[in-house]
Design a protein around this ligand. Structure first.
Ligand SMILES: *Cc1c(COP(=O)(O)O)cnc(C)c1O
Length: 353
């Protein structure tokens, strides 16, 4: 029996995506070839990446002033590609946790970085409000969803300067005005597919403004020119990206996905708030719809709780090592039935204690 997978990433994908991807491994669209062996220059693969690009723009509701790239190296490489390509005088960052910090650390290698807001002092339980963005910076960087602490920006800051976002753990999980952003990046392995490719959506007009020389592989303009094929792309992962983007359309698009995500998150948060044995980590108004971090009030009951959820065929519920406790990652593909199983476990835990 398939497990209820609450893992933070790589994570659950829609069952239909697993099925289509496995068919394509054996015979890609009746070509007599596996998707693993087709050339990235073949018309079959060009068709895949072109469709994925177009669907990503369509899903975000963006026009062709934006480019979509499928690159290597995960979101972590974007931590340095962004300042490499955009940081001339000064960049500003909002510090909302571990991933934001890693992005800041890389940017500091390239120039002046100002952290204009941080929620570090209260353990990253909230998203900073009252954000004042200096007009003289090259860009503002935010992490829209904080995978470890379980917080999420529910209001995207207004900026005059280009807004850059790490959306690795909430890309296409909700309706947003994506045109507020000049650059969006996301590793695939949370909400967008199999680990491997990293999607970058970038507005062309913010590029070409820095004076430094940029290594070809990290240069967005070069990658645009080569249509993400400066070197061999992560072909299989891009194919899974396409399947996931098609699945989003089949679900009724991003609005339908968002409604379902809200419903799912409410089911779980309501139980966490009701159940006297557990408590949520993040401040209520900033709670993530994607990653739900919580603790047992009495840590000595851990073994009992762990046995219950493991027996219920749940996997991947352990919290991140930086935070401890528990974390339920409930990305787009997580069915509500699995969340109900976890809610039932929490109720049983209360009853048996
Ligand atoms: C997982 C994660 C990353 C790291 O992604 P990699 O693809 O492993 O480099 C970066 N940012 C956020 C918000 C994440 O959740």
């Amino acid at each position: 029996m398939k497990k209820h997978n609450f893992s933070a990433g790589p994570s659950i994908l829609p069952q239909s995506v697993f099925e289509k991807a496995s068919e394509a491994v054996l015979n890609f669209e009746n070509s007599g070839l596996s998707v693993l062996e087709i050339s990235h220059r073949s018309k079959e693969f060009l068709n895949v990446i072109e469709k994925a690009r177009a669907l990503a723009l369509q899903t975000a509701g963006l026009d062709d002033s934006y480019e979509v790239l499928f690159l290597h190296g995960g979101a972590s490489t974007q931590f340095l590609s962004v300042p490499y390509n955009l940081l001339e005088k000064k960049a500003v960052y909002i510090d909302t946790g571990t991933w934001a910090n890693k992005a800041i650390k890389e940017a500091q290698l390239f120039g002046k970085v100002e952290i204009i807001n941080s929620s570090k002092s209260n353990g990253y339980k909230h998203i900073p409000k009252d954000i004042h963005v200096p007009a003289d910076a090259d860009y503002l960087h935010i992490t829209t969803n904080n995978t470890i602490y379980g917080t999420q920006f529910h209001h995207i800051p207004n900026t005059e300067i280009p807004l850059v976002a790490d959306m690795s753990s909430d890309i296409f999980s909700r309706e947003l005005d994506y045109s507020k952003f000049s650059l969006i990046y996301a590793g695939s392995q949370k909400n967008l597919g199999a680990s491997g490719s990293t999607m970058v959506i970038v507005k062309r007009d913010i590029l070409g403004r820095v004076s430094r020389k940029i290594p070809s592989i990290l240069d967005y303009q070069n990658q645009i020119k080569h249509e993400s094929m400066f070197n061999t792309p992560t072909t299989f992962s891009v194919y899974v990206n396409l399947l996931v983007l098609q699945w989003i359309q089949e679900q009724g698009g991003i609005k339908a996905i968002e409604n379902r995500n809200k419903h799912k998150a409410k089911l779980l948060y309501d139980e966490i708030d009701r159940n006297p044995l557990v408590e949520g980590y993040a401040a209520k108004e900033d709670r993530s719809l994607m990653n739900v971090s919580f603790f047992l009030k009495d840590a000595s009951m851990q073994e009992k709780f762990d046995t219950l959820w493991k027996n219920a065929n749940i996997s991947g519920l352990k919290g991140h090592r930086n935070l401890g406790g528990y974390r339920a990652s409930i990305y787009n593909a997580m069915p509500i039935q699995s969340i109900q199983v976890l809610v039932d476990v929490l109720k049983e835990f209360e009853k048996k204690s």
